[in-house]
Design a protein around this ligand. Sequence first.
Ligand code: ADP
Length: 491
Amino acid sequence: MNIIFCSTEVTPFSKTGGLADVSAAIPRSLEKLGNSICIITPFYKFIDIQKYDLVLVREKIGVQVGDAIEFMDLYRGILPDSSILVYFIKNQFLYREGLYVDEKGIEYEDSAMRFIFFNKAIFTVLKHLQLKADIIHTNDWHTSLVPFFLKSEYHSEYLFKETKTIFTIHNIGYQGIFPVEDVQEANIPEIYFTEECLGYYSKINFMKSGILYADLITTVSPTYANEIQTKEYGFGLEKYIQKRKNDLFGIVHGIDYTEWNPSIDPFIKQNYDKNNINGKAICKSDLQLEMGLEISDKPLIGIVSRLAPQKGIDLILEIFDQMMNLDIQFVLLGTGDYALEKALKKKEKKFKGMCSIIIDFNNKLAHKIEAGADIFLMPSIYEPCGLNQMYSMVYGTVPIVRRTGGLADTVKNFDTLTAKGTGFVFDKIDAKELFDTVQRAINLRSNPKKWKKLQKNIMKIDFSWQNSAKHWQEVYRKVLNEKGQKKKKSV
Ligand code: ADP
């Protein structure tokens, strides 16, 4: 299969969250299954040409956006640990310091036009390279206009006649909703601004394009696939998702063991594995030292997270003092919402020496927390898939999660009688439930034999991409097999 994978972030070139990790890992695993795949992504200002050996393919390629022609330079690199070509689109719309927001954390004013340009440029790149794609795989709202443009503009061109699209919803909470004026320069005919099409309460909704027009939709866990069909989790798009429920598949991510693996991790003080976990204690003291915490055997709770309401940080703040009174240590690494950052910093002051809050994006420290903490806390309000709970399990760090989305699919409550289970799970968005669950975890930790058993359970789980890749392969086949059966409709 000839697959074009489009994403606005790809590790190691650019990253704000889990999308970057999986935009590298899914293509790698699909290549291993014998598919031909390449990636198309923006060229941001911070991407280092020398470091990644990027070569200029061609300068000044014209991209028609509305009445204007925008010029882009096309660069090419290789995704590490693969032979996958990555094409970088360089143009003033995308070539910025931030991926989505400026230095002050404010979304770029021309956000709508930035990504309209990117979606259009994807077609230009394919035409320029004469790449006949079987499938264009698009991810989240930033690339979700591809199915719409394919069906409205490009479907009759020779190169795209047979092309199918897959749209993956990584997070339905972010949809790309803009006033119609913001997209005026793109000259999208007004007939497409109705509620049946891209219109959304007098605005335009980019994610709707993926949901309505992709040949097949996936999301990142089976539970989330069900959740987004409900009012509670669908963020207003549930009725459109319901209509496409037969074309919707939930596939849990795997994790990349070349990056997240305590036996080879270069960032941690001492490597260890499931057969000999002793090194974990050394990683814990190393973390305590770095964070200015007392070196002790007190339970150490860790968090690495975007600081967004979605992640349940408010719940943690509600129980913070009570939780610290359980005689624990607490480490958090995160960036995002300013109010949450401030509230957390206040707690750090109050519990000086027991609690450390690092407002930063720091991959090395993220690895050290995964290895050094005893418990990983992830009480998300919603969580499409979540990677950190899986990373923590690989590092023998016990997850506490809320039963939602991918967390529900990957963590099962530990049963002290049968010694089965992989963490601690609570149901309601409720501070008391969260506190009780934290307490349950702390209690179990005072029983070293049971705790070790739980660590063994989690460290032996196979989260490799091979499992997910098989599902991806099935989904890709499905969309291609339906070729010919369904005549392609234009919009
Ligand atoms: P989401 O994609 O919703 O942010 P995930 O759990 O799926 O959440 O993935 C988050 C990814 O981003 C993980 O690889 C995690 O380690 C990383 N990450 C999040 N915040 C930080 C941070 N402040 N510093 C370093 N890495 C971070």
